[in-house]
Design a protein around this ligand. Structure first.
Ligand SMILES: Nc1ncnc2c1ncn2[C@@H]1O[C@H](COP(=O)(O)OP(=O)(O)OP(=O)(O)O)[C@@H](O)[C@H]1O
Ligand SMILES: [Mg+2]
Length: 230
């Protein structure tokens, strides 16, 4: 039951959106997903409330530093993937969640190129490895990327991050109204009405490719929470 945490200390980087897209896609593939909602804005808890039951997904609200480990322990037998949605802040809950993670996904807005919040998460991961010998696998996912941005431009960003030895997912999350509307409509991209949401098919394709990449990076057989660096 791998734990995947979405982290970026900058508000509005796209953590909650990426967390929900990932959770609904993993659940569609039959994985039992527990979302640990530690975002003070509770968007995912609200989404669950208006959705009613969604197959394979449960949401635990008001997750705190004191409760997170207990939630993971208590639900590990009924969960294939835990997804942690954090606040856009640098705090002890973030450090605790990262320490419990099998993979940290760092959403960085591709359009704004504002990587400062992401850099703070990378810094913390670097400290953990240097000082405590704990290496937590992590990667950047570019979010809110304009659909017209060329592959070449994204390649440049990837190369810049690669120079810092940071892995960037091949699939960016594109700016799509479906990824906003899902929080108002509830349900999943599959249950949304294609006649009311523009480019829903493209959003579905994007979500599928993103989640497939994450599943390859964090397969279900991953066991344990932290690894010691060699
Ligand atoms: N791919 C996307 N397409 C369209 N809108 C998006 C996308 N990603 C994020 N947004 C919008 O950008 C805003 C911020 O996104 P989100 O809430 O996911 O960020 P966050 O990192 O969780 O923010 P916070 O730090 O405040 O928790 C929201 O209004 C959301 O609907
Ligand atoms: Mg959020």
């Amino acid at each position: 039951m791998p734990v995947i945490t979405l982290a970026n200390t900058k508000g509005g980087a796209g953590k909650t959106t990426a967390a929900l897209i990932l959770a609904t896609e993993l659940a569609r593939h039959g994985a039992r997903v527990t979302i640990l909602d530690a975002d003070p804005q509770h968007w995912i808890s609200h989404w669950m409330d208006i959705s009613g039951a969604v197959r394979n997904i449960q949401v635990i609200s008001h997750v705190t530093m004191a409760s997170i480990q207990g939630h993971i322990r208590e639900n590990r037998h009924n969960t294939d993937y835990f997804i942690v949605d954090l606040a856009g802040a640098r705090n002890t809950l973030m450090a605790t969640a990262i320490g419990l993670s099998d993979h940290v996904l760092i959403p960085i807005q591709g359009c704004a190129m504002d990587a400062k919040g992401g850099a703070q998460v990378l810094e913390l991961l670097g400290h953990l490895e240097e000082k405590a010998g704990i290496r937590i696998p992590h990667s950047v996912v570019l979010t809110r990327v304009n659909s017209l941005v060329t592959t070449r431009a994204l390649q440049v960003v990837k190369e810049l991050l690669a120079e810092r030895r940071v892995t960037v997912l091949d699939t960016p999350i594109i700016e799509r109204s479906a990824f906003r509307d899902i929080f108002d409509c509830g349900g999943t991209l599959q249950t949304m009405d294609a006649s009311r949401v523009s480019n829903l098919d493209k959003a579905r394709d994007n979500a599928r490719t993103f989640a497939d990449e994450v599943r390859r990076l964090v397969p279900l057989r991953t066991v344990g929470t932290v690894r010691r660096a060699a």
